[in-house]
Design a protein around this ligand. Structure first.
Ligand code: ADQ
Length: 871
């Protein structure tokens, strides 16, 4: 049937050119770039979803049979797997022994999209019943579903549920990797393999898959699509493991959400919860050296299919009474109870509709084993019973209610024959019902009433809107819809239909492929007009101005303390420690900073303290070695943590044992109280075994085993770490109240730096150099030493430009380097080492207890160090 004839019931004045006249109003994508790619060609693709795209049921002979899932997602994505020779990873719905039975082929009579997927293309993930209960009902539906729909009161968090979620995501990641390996074997060398993960059940899987693929040097393109809303920051952060979820998702190259608001929420969460640098305009998140693209990809429906069904389906509702239609999964987010209550009010407020209008509510059973959903059903049953009892007459009842699944053909007939679709979710990612309804308006068009809290509300502008939380508003919208003139109905529906026809499910697939930036997709002429493709896909390089947010923190008068790690922070990581040199430009900036009156610098590193002093080779700097165990002050005085003789002996034994474990390329570095095992140059295949065995040796000796970049450290079991060390250094330099007029910036790149980040939390701005998916206590992330140089340049510019905190006269005869709180150096367990003596520390230091006297100059003097100005 031609498009023209489908529209025959629309008045003649609206036929023909109308769509084109309003094409500029179609929302984005008016120019239909997808028409050139009606069937987008996918590379070999692994689709990953919680459930496989069909349900398995026993047939008459006891064998498993596939029953196709009719959902829009399956209809859209199944051909991608079938046509690309791809694979589908998901749970089969079975447990235990049943889950081990082979997946059956599709019935030869089956002509649904999933029939094109052979059993060899199915990779089932097997799950235990208890594990599934915790993962699915506990974490996915008990926590994420309500929270992501901005209903935190309904969300419960239990550690054991989250543990199961992690475990199940791990299982999926492993299974995806076996699917990827298989596709890799079958593909040409340069062919890209796409992994497309779906929905909130699998938010940790992306980074797990990335890690596994990188370990095997397999290059894949990883994309994710979230079908539900992504909540704003103040809701999302309620989830106790919110940072883990973001890090999990950032394993992808591209993340798709239904609408721009969800994208912005995600980007905002990455900025605020992870400290990532983001580009909110182009929706980009910097993560290590990668840029993760975040894209609004509103899902569409198979428009033509619904239109065809509506044209063909026999009439199911007759008579003169008007029908208002509600179609939903029975879920509290869909606002069904609120809708029914509003409908009751309609008859009270507008009695003219009594006997004339009825509500047909179709509710698909959902999560029926969960009490909350059983309660919802009971509530709805009682409510509908009460309203029907109140208003029904022998020939009419206000509400008809179908609790069950119906065929798409019957659904299309309901859509077609209803005067109004009342789509009023309290919150919904997109809502396909609204789209299916307009696709089915092939004759006398009805009116769509849509909640602004559904993603669909963002683009379906011609729908009437109402606030589902306000019954009056819903009633008034219903009255308006039921009395709307034919002209207005036709006009509104025409626009709605055209937009959904253009932005159909094929376009969604196409947009996803474009978002993934696959090489085999040529840009089209129209891409330039599409905001999706006009966005830049790489975050701009960091510049000095990017640190302007520190301006208020450092302020016009406060002294700036820069506490900097060395390897991986100031100097790029090198294959061997002796090759990690300070870049000349960084050295120059550090040198100039060290000369500024109001700048205090300490280098805090895992290296031996003499080694770091030699490498940096600048005056006026405090050097802290062995992650805080040794300190050299600018005046040359050295303090060390007293390591007991027994521990020194034990360390010798550890060293001997570790030496025996070292394969070719691995070696030990003796740093005095600490021994480091470097394994970067050892064969990659030996790493896991070496880490396991070496950790055992270190722990068996009662020492701390601290992981570093391709290294393990054996540290004496003392309660002195980088955290205690930075606090000690600050106190020694600025007194007990160092925080009152000092701005502290700490930068580190390693796990061990986290001690300092935690110790300084709330009292400093901390940065973690994080090239990979690490969890950190730092406030911000930076990708590498280049960005630290940019930060130092910002500090130089800011401190150089601002007015000096005091006049030259105030400095008087005070030298640039002075000691303000020298007595604080020995507070704590550190012991003074005689200059020039490298042997054991002298007898026990004098420990100053209590608050030391404040230097009279503390509040008015520059805070740099002197080798004797106050002595
Ligand atoms: P759902 O929450 O399931 O999907 P929705 O988008 O409305 O919500 O899709 C429901 C689907 O079920 C529609 O295709 C509809 O035709 C079908 N359906 C509803 N009632 C039915 C019935 N009684 N019998 C048979 N079929 C019925 C999640 C998100 C949504 C998002 C989609 C797609 O919650 O916000 O739009 O994924 O991304």
């Amino acid at each position: 049937m031609s498009e023209e004839s489908q529209m025959l019931n629309f008045p003649p004045k609206f036929r023909g050119d109308l769509g084109r006249r309003y094409s500029s109003d179609l929302g984005r994508r008016g120019s239909l770039p997808f028409q050139k790619h009606v069937k987008p060609k996918f590379p070999p693709t692994v689709v990953v979803s919680n459930r496989l795209p069909f349900v398995l049921k026993r047939g008459p002979n006891g064998n498993w049979q596939r029953h196709s899932s009719a959902g829009g997602l399956v209809t859209a994505v199944a051909p991608v797997v079938a046509d690309s020779g791809g694979l589908w990873v998901g749970w089969s719905g079975l447990f235990g022994k049943e889950a081990e039975e082979p997946i059956p082929e599709a019935d030869p009579e089956d002509n649904t999209p999933t029939a094109g997927i052979t059993s060899a293309q199915i990779f089932p993930v097997s799950l235990e019943r208890d594990e599934f209960e915790y993962y699915y009902n506990g974490c996915c539906n008990g926590t994420f579903w309500p929270l992501f729909h901005s209903m935190p009161d309904r969300a419960a968090f239990k550690h054991e549920h989250y543990d199961a979620y992690v475990e199940v995501n791990n299982k999926f990641a492993e299974k995806v990797m076996s699917a990827v390996r298989l596709l890799k074997q079958r593909s040409d060398e340069d062919e890209e393999i796409l992994v497309w993960i779906h929905d909130y059940h699998l938010m940790l899987a992306p980074s797990m898959i990335r890690e596994l693929a990188e370990a095997e040097d397999i290059h894949i393109k990883l994309g994710f699509f979230l079908h539900i809303p992504f909540p704003p920051w103040d809701i999302f952060r309620i989830f106790p493991r919110s940072a883990d979820i973001l890090l999990g998702l950032l394993g992808c190259g591209m993340l798709g959400f239904h609408v721009e608001d969800y994208c912005k929420n995600f980007v905002d969460c990455c900025r605020r919860l992870l400290g990532c640098r983001v580009d909110s305009t182009h929706l980009l998140v910097e993560h290590g050296f990668r840029t993760v693209r975040v894209r609004p990809l509103p899902i569409g429906i198979p428009f033509k299919r619904f239109e065809q069904l509506a044209l063909e389906a026999p009439r199911v509702m007759g008579g003169t009474q008007k029908v208002v239609l509600g179609v939903d999964r029975l879920d509290y987010t869909k606002g069904i109870v609120e809708r029914v209550k509003a409908f009751e009010l309609l008859f009270e407020k507008y009695p003219k509709y009594i006997g004339q209008v009825s509500l047909l509510q179709v509710a698909v059973p959902s999560r029926t084993d969960v009490k909350e959903y059983q309660d919802l059903k009971n509530e709805l049953d009682q409510l509908i019973g009460r309203i029907n009892g109140k208003f029904s007459s022998p020939s009419w009842s206000p509400i008809r209610y179908i609790f069950g699944s119906i065929s798409q053909s019957q659904l299309a007939a309901f859509y077609r024959d209803s005067a109004v679709a009342l789509v009023t979710p309290l919150r919904d990612g997109m809502n396909l019902v609204a789209k299916e309804y307009v696709a089915c308006q092939v004759h006398d068009p009805g009116v769509l009433i849509l909640s602004p809290f559904a993603g669909a509300g963002e683009t379906m502008h011609e729908a009437l809107t109402c606030n589902p939380y306000e019954k009056e508003d819903v009633c008034d919208a219903l009255d308006r819809a039921l009395s709307m003139s034919e002209d207005e109905r036709v006009m509104r529906m025409m626009h709605l239909r055209r937009r959904e026809e253009v932005n159909n499910v094929d376009f969604w697939l196409y947009s996803f492929l474009r978002g993934m930036e696959l090489h085999n997709l040529e840009p089209t002429d129209d891409d330039g007009s599409d905001p999706l493709f006009m966005r830049s896909s790489n975050i701009t390089p960091l510049i000095v101005d990017d640190f302007d947010y520190l301006t208020d923190f450092v302020g016009p008068e406060r002294t700036l303390a820069l506490l900097l790690d060395y390897d991986g922070t100031l100097a790029p990581i090198a294959p061997r420690p002796d090759l990690a040199l300070l870049p000349p430009e960084t050295k120059k900036v550090l040198e100039r900073l060290s000369r500024l009156k109001d700048v205090f610098i300490a280098i805090i590193t895992g290296r031996n303290v003499d080694d770091i002093k030699r490498l940096i080779n600048l005056e006026g700097i405090t050097y802290v070695g062995n992650d805080g165990l040794d300190i050299i002050y600018p005046d040359g005085q050295m303090y060390s943590y007293p390591v007991e003789d027994a521990q020194k002996e034990e360390l010798k034994t550890i060293k001997e044992k570790l030496e025996l474990l070292c394969p070719d390329g691995a070696y030990l570095e003796d740093k005095g109280p600490v021994v480091t095992l470097h394994y970067r140059l050892a064969p990659k295949s030996s790493h896991q075994k070496l880490i396991k065995e070496a950790s055992q040796v270190i722990r068996d000796a009662g020492f701390l085993c601290v992981p570093a970049h391709c290294a393990l450290e054996a540290r004496p079991p003392v309660s002195w770490d980088k955290g205690t060390a930075v606090l000690h250094v600050l106190r020694a330099a600025f007194g007990m109240e160092w925080n009152s007029d000092l701005s502290v910036i700490f930068v580190g790149d390693d796990t061990i730096d986290e001690d300092a980040m935690r110790a300084l939390k709330g009292m400093a701005v901390t940065y973690r150099i994080a090239a990979s998916l690490v969890k950190t206590a730092a406030d911000y992330r930076l990708p590498g030493p280049d960005s630290v140089l940019t930060l130092l340049k910002w500090a130089e510019r800011h401190m150089g430009e601002r007015k000096p905190a005091m006049s030259a006269e105030q400095y008087g005869s005070i030298k640039q380097h002075m000691i303000v709180h020298k007595e604080m150096r020995s507070v704590g367990p550190l012991r003074l080492i005689n200059p020039g003596s490298s042997s054991s520390p002298p007898s026990s230091p004098r420990v100053v207890v209590g608050t030391p006297k404040r230097s009279p100059m503390f509040t008015s003097m520059p805070r740099n160090w002197s080798a004797g100005a106050l002595e």
